[in-house]
Design a protein. Structure first.
Length: 94
């Protein structure tokens, strides 16, 4: 399960980090946002990637979705990755 944690980085700017410590997104501090004229938005953005496909596992680049979907399905890992998204607790994505 992946969760994001907020931490303070440099001049009060905030950075979301996953449990593995990889930077996920940079959020300006309130002071930086005010200085740059940014306003606080309440938009929610979800970024997801498809599960691993047979083409991904083989290192192939498939340019046509028609070919990719019909010729190369998801691997067992890819199917489990897709299922993992559907069972995430709502607190993880809120």
């Amino acid at each position: 399960m992946r969760t994001l944690k907020e931490g303070v980085v440099g001049r009060g700017s905030r950075r979301l980090r996953s449990e593995k410590g990889m930077a996920e997104a940079h959020l300006p501090s309130k002071e930086e946002a005010r200085f740059s004229g940014l306003t606080n938005l309440r938009n929610r953005i979800f970024i997801m990637r498809h599960g691993q496909s047979e083409a991904n596992a083989r290192g192939l680049i498939v340019c046509s979705p028609d070919v990719g979907c019909s010729s190369y399905g998801l691997t067992d890992l890819g199917r489990s990755q897709v299922l993992e998204i559907f069972i995430l607790p709502s607190s993880t994505i809120s």
